[in-house]
Structure formats: C-alpha cells, structure tokens
Design a protein around this ligand. Sequence first.
Ligand code: 5GP
Ligand code: ZN
Length: 113
Amino acid sequence: MADSCLFCKIARREIPATLVAETEDCIAFRDINPQAPVHVLIVPRTHVPSLNEATDAAMIGRLSLMAAEIAKREGIADRGYRTVLNTNAEAGQTVFHLHLHLLGGRPMTWPPG
Ligand code: 5GP
Ligand code: ZN
C-alpha cells in the first residue's frame, strides 16, 4: 500500500510538491487544489490510512503543532485559521494517507459544507 500511496511518494520525494516544512516524522506541502490563500497539508511520513487507524498520540499532536508553526510563519496565526482532518467517505477524504489540512487567509464559515 505504502508503495503506491500518493502521500508516501511525496514524503519520499518521488513525486514533486511545494514543501513548506519537514521534520523527522512529518512533512508539509501546499495543496495542489487550494481552497484558501493558505492551504497546506501536514502529513506523517509513516503510512496511516486515516484517523481510525492512528495509534501514535504524539505524532497526531505534532501534526497540530506543525500547523500552528506554519500558520505563524505564513502570517495568519493572529487572524485565524482552520485545521481539518477528514476521515472516510462522509467527511470527503479522498487520499487515504492521514493528513491535516491547514486553511487560512480568508474568513471561514461555520458549519462547514
Ligand atoms: P482529503 O480530501 O483526502 O481530505 O484531501 C486530499 C487533498 O489532497 C485534497 O485537498 C487535494 O487537493 C490534495 N491533493 C491530491 N493530490 C495531490 C497532489 O498530487 N499533490 C498535492 N500537493 N496535493 C494533492
Ligand atoms: Zn501513504
């Protein structure tokens, strides 16, 4: 599965992406189809299909902290931003390698669509 997984390939640098941040266990890159002026995907290097299969609490926490760090660097932290983790069909998950969306740079509405 990890061999053919799109985000595993991006993490291994086999498919190009615009990198925003990188650590030993996470990688962040710009979404190819941005839904806001800032739209970054934060991805663990380990292949985990969705939040339902996640077991590493520290890794899940690091995704959120990396989002906050990037939001500060992108200049949207004070105005506000949204982090979203879509899980399975009804939430609209399309890539089955766990990822946290960081969205900002425009006002957001609630509830989400
Ligand atoms: P999901 O719908 O699974 O929560 O989010 C998947 C996201 O990955 C979508 O926002 C989509 O635009 C993005 N995406 C899909 N393929 C690629 C790609 O090849 N490169 C990048 N940078 N983003 C991608
Ligand atoms: Zn993967």
